[in-house]
Design a protein around this ligand. Structure first.
Ligand code: ZN
Length: 280
């Protein structure tokens, strides 16, 4: 019998201009303040490139020190490339996926910069963009990830045809973690990403209020099914100038979890939890 779990993670990206980095940092601060208030663990999937800006790193480290053990750091590649075919995204952006050796270099570079700037050895990757059915059938990519020390990947982030949202249930099966042939664990995410709703206007929900109501309903449904729920969130959405400056979406998740006694975990915490359950 499974019981519901909320897995909280954020893709920390946006490096191009000082304003982008400031937005990311403002979001990071609000997220950390809320997670501290609720004593709730979380994961930051760091984009390697962002850590090339020393002023940003200095501020980020201050915030991470406040978060202490609540924060788990993993990677979001070095430069946000596409790792495999995503028909929808490739059509829209006219971009091609990397070769396996280019993927190897991206993952290595992100590992290296995160370790040298933040002193953390990562073992998990959130892929940019995401794919329906994640990296299933991509043995060469999965082996490169494993060779670079990854124990889990979060790449199954969209629905059929690579279109969001990623439904709680597809073809009669709950959307939950699974293990690839080479032993890597996939932790899929659920629902519309915050960027799909508030930045790209792709969802039927408009504005922060509807987004919060949507997410609360999603988590409530997941709770009733006794499943793990992992939303796909981005700090810049919660900056002062951006879409949800009060970080109401983050608070919606954390307050609903608290009120309903749903455990909140980071990705690392969740992976450890399921491994303990399978090898008690
Ligand atoms: Zn991203």
């Amino acid at each position: 019998m499974n019981s519901s779990i909320l897995v909280m993670g954020y893709d920390v990206e946006r490096y191009m201009s000082p304003e982008d980095r400031m937005s990311s940092l403002q979001g990071v601060k609000k997220i950390i303040a809320l997670h501290r208030a609720y004593h709730a663990p979380f994961t930051f999937f760091m984009l390697g490139k962002l850590l090339e800006y020393d002023d940003y790193v200095a501020e980020l480290k201050k915030e991470l020190a406040l978060a202490g053990d609540l924060a788990d750091i993993q990677q979001h590649t070095y430069s946000h490339p596409l790792l495999k075919v995503n028909e929808r995204y490739m059509r829209e952006k006219n971009r091609k996926p990397l070769s396996v050796s280019e993927i190897d270099a991206e993952i290595k570079k992100a590992n290296h910069i995160i370790e040298s700037k933040l002193g953390v050895k990562v073992f998990g990757l959130k892929t940019p963009i995401g794919f329906h059915k994640g990296l299933q059938g991509e043995k060469a990519i999965l082996d490169v990830l494993k060779k670079n020390g990854m124990r889990f990947v979060s790449s199954d982030l969209v629905g059929k045809g690579d279109h969001p949202p990623a439904l709680l249930e597809e073809d009669g099966k709950l959307r939950q973690h699974y293990v690839y042939e080479n032993g890597l664990t996939e932790v899929p995410t659920h629902g519309w990403h915050d960027t799909h709703i508030l930045l790209k206007n792709m969802s039927p929900y408009k504005g922060v209020k509807e987004a919060c109501a949507y997410y609360q309903n999603e988590l409530s449904k997941a709770h009733n099914k006794g499943m793990m729920y992992a939303p796909n969130l981005h700090p810049f959405i919660y900056s002062d100038r951006d879409h949800d400056p009060q970080a109401s979406i983050v608070e919606t998740f954390l307050s609903f979890a608290k009120a309903n006694k749903i455990p909140v975990m980071s990705y690392a915490g969740y992976v450890e939890h399921i491994q303990k359950k399978s090898n008690p």
